[in-house]
Design a protein around this ligand. Structure first.
Ligand code: NCD
Length: 338
């Protein structure tokens, strides 16, 4: 399976509402804004002494993680719990079985559990889309990260972070730095920024870690940090995704840090009120200096908090899109019978 495999209409119901959440590709500015507005309203729930709303009461959300995760898995669990859903998490090993068999076997088991939503993370690009196509139509599929392809809830939590700290997108300069080639976060961030009207998207990295076709996202490419970071409002740092690297794409970790690490001196090239983001897990001294990660411009931990609210928004919107679709389908079936 290769990137860019998501067929756009699959994730929307007949009324254009979300029923799966697989990729940001093809989603409108209005829909992305609705996700952000809904997430904003859920942030308040996290500050209450009783952090729950009854929106998914009686529903079962099943997290199916074929690939390791801490932040994404736990924040999806918390999001589902705050919506009053029952939550199950399966950590499925992919070590010995081939991809097709594992997915099909797992699908059959999941269907037998009669869960209402599956949050899926998989090392292969297109896995969540594959499941959405093959699972029974009443189940909503949420992509928790598929290979290098997409990580749409991370993309949206990054957008919420930017909007809450900078107020909007149109007049911002945003730089995404490091291992873009292997990063599903970078792809989802670029798509979201482009859809939300950001006019200055920059990617900075060595030639070996930049994919071809970045111009389709409206992104400008830089190989030099000082040039690329000049006067930016937002810096998104990425982890070197060594688990996805084949062969020697880098001379050494030390050399990478020397050229592309975000140090205090480099941060000074950006606007004085620039924010520093990172999806985590961060590697101190590899892509980011500790003083920057822990410094006053860092919003890395805010991203984690906002992630719960964004995941609550996506889970509740997809659930109501599924319910609306079911009603439409049963209405048209009874009309056909009459
Ligand atoms: C990212 C991921 O898994 O793609 N992390 C995350 O979701 N918190 C980025 C990464 O692993 O570097």
């Amino acid at each position: 399976m290769t990137p860019n495999v998501v067929k756009r209409p699959l994730q929307l119901n007949a009324q254009g509402q979300l029923r799966h959440f697989l990729s940001l590709d093809g989603l409108s500015r209005e829909l992305l804004t609705e996700i952000l507005d809904t997430a904003d309203s859920f942030l308040e729930v996290g500050t209450r002494s009783v952090k729950k709303v009854p929106l998914l009461r009686g529903k079962t959300v099943c997290n199916v993680f074929f690939e390791n995760s801490t932040r994404t898995r736990t924040t999806f669990e918390m999001a589902a719990q705050r919506l009053s859903a029952d939550v199950i998490t399966l950590n499925v090993s992919t070590s010995s079985t081939s991809k097709g068999e594992t997915l099909f076997d797992t699908l059959r088991n999941l269907e037998a559990m009669a869960a209402d939503m599956f949050v899926v993370r998989h090392a292969d690009s297109g896995a969540a889309h594959f499941i959405a196509e093959h699972v029974c139509p009443d189940v909503a599929i949420i992509n928790g990260g598929d290979g290098r392809h997409a990580h749409p809830t991370q993309g949206m939590l990054d957008m919420l972070t930017i909007r809450r700290h900078k107020g909007g997108f149109e007049n911002l300069s945003v730089a995404i730095v490091g291992d873009i080639l292997h990063s599903r976060v970078a792809r989802s961030d670029m798509l979201a920024l482009q859809t939300l009207g950001c006019r200055d998207i920059r990617v900075i990295g060595p030639k070996t870690l930049l994919p071809v076709g970045l111009e389709q996202y409206g992104a400008r490419v830089f190989h030099d940090m000082t040039e690329g970071l000049k006067d930016v409002d937002v810096i998104v740092m990425l982890r070197l995704q060594r688990e996805r690297m084949q062969g020697g794409l880098l001379p050494s970790q030390g050399e990478f840090y020397r050229l592309y690490g975000l140090s205090t001196a480099r941060l000074a090239v950006a606007k004085p009120d620039a924010i520093v983001m990172h999806p985590g897990p961060i590697n101190r001294g590899v892509e980011i200096e500790s003083a920057v990660a822990d410094g006053s411009q860092s919003v890395i931990l805010n991203q984690v908090t906002y992630g719960i609210a964004v995941r609550m928004a996506v889970l509740s919107m997809a659930m109501s899109g599924q319910t609306a679709q079911r009603q439409l389908t049963s209405e048209s079936a009874s009309e056909e019978q009459n």
